[in-house]
Design a binder for this molecule. Structure first.
Ligand code: SF4
Length: 687
């Protein structure tokens, strides 16, 4: 038998990037284990990571460049060479730029994310302002709320030093496995845990206090907690006086949200709200762990999020150890990350609809309404989409985007797997998985490492960055960084760190950068907040300036989705919550892995047994779920984890896509995020 070698590979199925030991024999990965080299992970892998050989060797892998030879959308593809593909893409992209202007091409990155700066460079060098990503429906709205209120990026909690952690709709065990170690340690040392979640998740079961709110009512709950904290003088007066803008207006506003009023809105007992507020404000340092998207997937999402994050400054837990620090650990400087800014000379898509997004984010355009912009030629004709990992299932009513993609003059998708989104493409290109390529990884504590190529790329698949660099050269675009080859580009990324690729190859376990920037706390004592007032803005001036034109409010005002949406509640009586995580799935691509599907199988429509009884629905009955936007079929699954009146559907299942139920214009007016977590539906038993 030939010898097995172990390669250190980063799992790239989700963004946690766990380190794996990949056992390679005869050029094939024969097994994987979680690596013990990273203390937080300590040998663990989630179900998805453990099944990752089925990701690498999946039957749906795209192995060669292909061009569509049948009618567009027919899915009839023919193999072509890389040269032919590059020539065809360069010729068409340049012709479109010449005829319609550079803005007519959209550069899009879905998943994975690691090559985004190179793609942004490509869009900039082409001259298009329309670089956009899956962050148009994930994460970025939370970041926008941070920038509007605190003037910086999202700050995650320092769980290792906290006495209290409030997990706000964050089910760590299913969505952020590497963080669970810190969570368990906090519990072991007697720290307090508050979980805010509409469902009794595994994470919530460990909590001292579980605030089981109705989905989408986060803002009312947070305002009521602020009410208790202020009324009972539990807030940090010194911090508020020195560093908060708009406190008096905020204080007046939160008076309207007594725990009793919030109890009616949220379904959480008023005394429990008081108890949670006292615990968070009184047992510090306390951090809030946010899920990146849960709160903001609501039509009042940004303001709900701002109401929650205001609690951090109100209690003086901002930028301190154990609270929500701006930089809890050492950081290592690198080229590219955070440095490349979006081309800003021409109006981008989404700019008229969501102006604050563009005021506060320099990185990307907002493309939730991409299908409208294509079909309505608004604000100008969009003729080409160059996508990497474009997945129409990310959008609400995804079939509408498919329809729009079909009308394009030219559409390219680069992906690991052949997906339904590829079916509309003129050309598809095969991307390599993390097992087949090198990648510079930024770890915690200033540690850098190289995710090693474990096996040769399958078929003719290539590293995404290599494809981007090749395309830039084929189009003769001028950015000097895009003239580098792959090795040179990775070396360029590393330059400021003081390490070389050779160093990382010799130390597969990772190395600390030489030019590490130490952690920093209480940065506000040295420099003002990056907001118009230089303070934390409870009344956001970035939002306030659009009050007359767009109706945005400076205060984190609560608007209830049940009152402001126009859906007929008699017709659609259930609150529809989508997008919770199952431990075995991430997004749609993990549904390709049969080891994971075998764990469960069919599309589960989770509903409370009492609700089902009223509709004469039995466990495992086939049911039809309808909303004003669409219909899907599934299997009734009785679940007492959620409240009565609520239906929960997991997303990403191609056989019955929950996003088909979400109306494409059901958006937060500030961020453009769809209300995935709180819409409306009805359930009927099928014959
Ligand atoms: S949490 Fe699971 S899927 Fe995500 S990177 Fe780690 S092992 Fe992979």
């Amino acid at each position: 038998m030939s010898e097995k070698t172990i390669k250190k590979v980063r799992c790239n199925i989700c963004a946690s990037g766990c380190l794996m030991d990949a056992y390679v024999e005869d050029g094939k990965v024969v097994s994987v284990e979680g690596s013990k080299d990273t203390p937080m992970q300590n040998g663990g892998l989630c179900a998805k990571g453990a099944a990752s050989r089925q990701y690498l060797y999946n039957k749906d892998r795209i192995l060669y460049p292909m061009k569509q030879v049948g009618e567009k959308g027919s899915g009839k593809f023919e193999r072509i060479s890389w040269e032919e593909a590059y020539d065809a893409i360069a010729k068409k992209m340049l012709q479109i730029r010449e005829t319609y202007g550079p803005q007519s091409a959209v550069f899009y990155v879905g998943y994975p994310k690691w090559f985004r700066p190179a793609m942004l460079r490509l869009a900039n060098a082409y001259g298009s302002p329309n670089y956009c990503t899956e962050s148009s429906t994930c994460f970025q709205a939370s970041d926008l709320a941070w920038r509007a209120t605190y003037g910086n990026h999202i700050c995650f909690p320092d769980m290792m030093h906290a006495n209290t952690i409030m997990l706000w709709s964050s089910n760590l065990y299913h969505s952020n496995t590497p963080m669970t170690k810190g969570y368990r340690k906090l519990k072991e040392r007697g720290g307090k845990i508050i979980v805010v979640d509409p469902r009794k998740t595994v994470t919530a079961k460990d909590a001292d206090i579980h605030l089981q709110l109705i989905p989408g009512t986060d803002g009312a709950l947070a305002l009521a907690m602020a009410n208790v904290i202020i009324e009972e003088n539990l807030y940090d007066k010194e911090f508020v006086e020195k560093y908060v803008y708009g406190f008096e207006e905020y204080r007046k506003y939160v008076r309207e949200y007594s725990p009793e009023r919030a109890a009616e809105i949220t379904g959480v007992d008023a005394e429990l709200i008081r108890k949670a507020a006292r615990c968070y404000a009184g047992n510090g340092p306390a951090g809030i762990m946010f899920s990146v998207s849960t709160i903001v997937h609501n039509i009042n999402g940004v303001q709900n999020y701002r109401a929650v994050q205001s609690l951090i400054a109100l209690t003086g837990n901002y930028d301190i150890p154990g609270g929500n620090p701006s930089r809890p650990g050492p950081a290592v400087p690198l080229n590219e990350f955070g440095q490349v800014k979006r081309f800003n000379g021409i109006e981008a898509i989404g700019e008229k609809d969501f102006p604050v997004w563009f005021d506060l984010s320099c990185e990307e355009a907002q493309c939730t309404r991409l299908a409208d912009y294509i079909l309505q030629e608004d604000p100008y004709p969009i003729k080409a989409v160059l996508g990497f990992g474009l997945n129409h299932n990310m959008w609400p009513q995804p079939e509408y985007l498919q329809k729009a993609l079909k009308t394009l003059d030219f559409y390219v998708n680069v992906d690991i797997f052949y997906s339904e989104s590829c079916r509309m493409a003129d050309i598809i290109l095969p991307a390599a998985s993390s097992f087949e390529r090198d990648e510079v990884i930024r770890g915690r504590g200033g540690i850098l490492s190289l995710s090693e190529k474990a096996v040769e790329p399958l078929g003719e698949s290539k590293n995404d960055i290599e494809i981007i660099l090749d395309l830039a050269k084929a189009m003769k675009l001028e950015d000097p960084v895009l003239q580098l080859n792959l090795e040179e580009y990775m070396q360029y990324i590393l330059e400021p760190s003081g390490l070389t690729l050779k160093d990382l190859r010799e130390h597969p376990e990772g190395m600390k950068g030489k030019n590490v920037i130490p952690p920093e706390f209480k940065t506000y004592e040295k420099r003002p907040f990056n907001t118009p007032s230089g303070k934390v803005e409870f009344v956001s001036q970035a939002l306030n300036k659009y009050e007359k034109t767009y109706g945005y409010k400076g205060l984190p005002e609560y608007q209830d989705f049940r009152e402001i949406s126009e859906v007929d509640r008699e017709e659609y009586p259930f609150i529809l919550n989508t997008g919770s995580r199952k431990p075995q799935y991430f997004h749609s691509r993990t549904y390709r892995m049969s080891w994971l599907n075998d764990l469960e199988g069919s599309t589960l429509i989770e509903m409370h047994p009492e609700d089902a009884k009223k509709l004469s629905i039995n466990e495992k009955d086939p049911v039809l779920v309808s909303s004003p936007a669409g219909k899907i079929e599934g299997t009734a699954s009785f679940c007492v984890n959620g409240k009565q009146g609520m239906v929960n559907i997991y997303h990403g299942n191609q056989e019955a896509d929950a996003n088909e139920l979400i109306a494409r214009d059901y958006l937060d007016p500030i961020s453009g995020f769809p209300g995935y977590k709180s819409y409306f539906c009805k359930v009927e038993k099928r014959g």
